[in-house]
Design a protein around this ligand. Structure first.
Ligand SMILES: [Fe+2]
Ligand SMILES: [Fe+2]
Length: 362
């Protein structure tokens, strides 16, 4: 009797698992709600976020993982478009869900079926609503520190400092000419470059740690965090501006050159590499300040903030593009400090691992 009961329980569990994996659309006779309804549900879920109120689950509070409840075709509630000049079509029309990678697939995708039992973790917010991003998790979100000094500047004194400073300054002229005052597009394009140094530096420190059988002092993580943070800037601005074909081509070419140039520079002189990034970040702060001026004088429409930004920076639900640019600028100021600090450590003839890394320094 006990044996039969266990067998029945296992069979029921197996049925439940299969239904979960391949989805009710294969086994249920109920009608799938139209896409618009699902979109509305997603939008309603997005509006339940209360800024900085603990609606977001922190790492230690993740005991309540439940299965990913998204059905295929549900889209993120994100998306706003800048203006006609800054352009393009809303991402609802052209891009897959930003969360990217729901195993259920969209209306025009086949579901991914596997018997390996690998299940994405199901995450909910503290209010019980579903976490709708798979590209970042609640414990990776934070509130930007807007009190950081935006004016700090490392005065170049050595030859290498001056070389770094003027290299960055010289890169600004073609950038100004190319983008003019299209700051939304400029931000999006420059973030494709800004996310490279942290990854290259982190990768090289990782390999060095393996080669030398030594700790990194947390710098691998700090630099990779910076790369991820910059990539999230890109994911945010992608929601506001869409690249044209020739801009995509430009990113392709620039990444090929910049990745290799920075890789070689970091191997030859990490203090120069970090100093260059420090100055790049100073320029980024300047660009975002100009971006804010354009919003304030009405040349760029202050559209609602994308949903991905509201969740990532734990912003109020009624936040706008201006708020997004403000928190991104604060991030850049933190990157500036981290990279000038790293360069200074090398200048003192020390190794990065000798100074604990500013992990989580946003
Ligand atoms: Fe950035
Ligand atoms: Fe940055």
């Amino acid at each position: 009797m006990m044996m039969m009961s266990r067998t029945a329980t296992r069979a029921a569990a197996a049925r439940s698992m299969i239904t979960t994996i391949v989805g009710p659309r294969y086994f249920s006779t109920t009608t799938t709600p139209p896409a618009a309804s699902v979109d509305q549900a997603a939008a309603a879920a997005a509006k339940t976020i209360i800024p900085g109120s603990g609606n977001h689950i922190r790492g230690g509070a993740m005991a309540g993982f439940v299965r990913f409840p998204f059905t295929g075709g549900m889209r993120q509630a994100s998306t706003v478009a800048l203006d006609a000049e800054e352009k393009v079509k809303p991402s609802e029309e052209s891009s897959p869900a930003p969360g990217g990678g729901s195993a259920g697939g969209g209306a025009d995708e086949k579901g991914i079926v596997s018997y390996w039992g690998v299940q994405p973790k199901k995450v909910t917010k503290e209010d019980g609503t579903a976490w709708k991003w798979s590209c970042f998790m609640p414990w990776e979100t934070y509130q930007a520190d807007l009190s950081i000094d935006l004016e700090k500047h490392h005065a170049p004194s050595t030859f290498l400092d001056k070389f770094a400073y003027w290299t960055v300054k010289s890169l600004r002229w073609p950038t100004d000419i190319f983008f003019q005052r299209r700051y939304g597009c400029r931000a999006m394009m420059l973030e494709t470059v800004a996310a490279v140094p942290g990854m290259v530096g982190g990768m090289l420190l990782h390999c060095k740690s393996l080669r030398r059988f030594e700790q990194s002092g947390g710098w691998i993580k700090a630099l990779l965090e910076e790369a991820e943070n910059e990539r999230m800037h890109l994911m945010t601005f992608m929601e506001v501006v869409k690249p044209r074909w020739y801009e995509r081509a430009l990113v392709f070419a620039v990444q090929g050159v910049f990745f290799n140039a920075y890789f070689l520079t970091y191997i030859l002189s990490p203090k120069l590499a970090h100093r260059i990034v420090g100055y790049l970040e100073e320029e980024a702060i300047h660009s975002y300040t100009e971006f804010l001026k354009e919003i304030d004088n009405g040349n760029i429409k202050n559209v609602p903030a994308p949903a991905i930004a509201i969740d990532y920076w734990r912003m109020p639900p009624d936040s706008t593009l201006r708020d997004v640019v403000t928190v991104v600028r604060a991030d850049e100021a933190h990157h500036r400090d981290v990279n000038h600090f790293a360069s200074d450590i090398h200048y003192q003839g020390r190794e990065l691992k000798e100074a604990p890394a500013p992990v989580g320094y946003h």
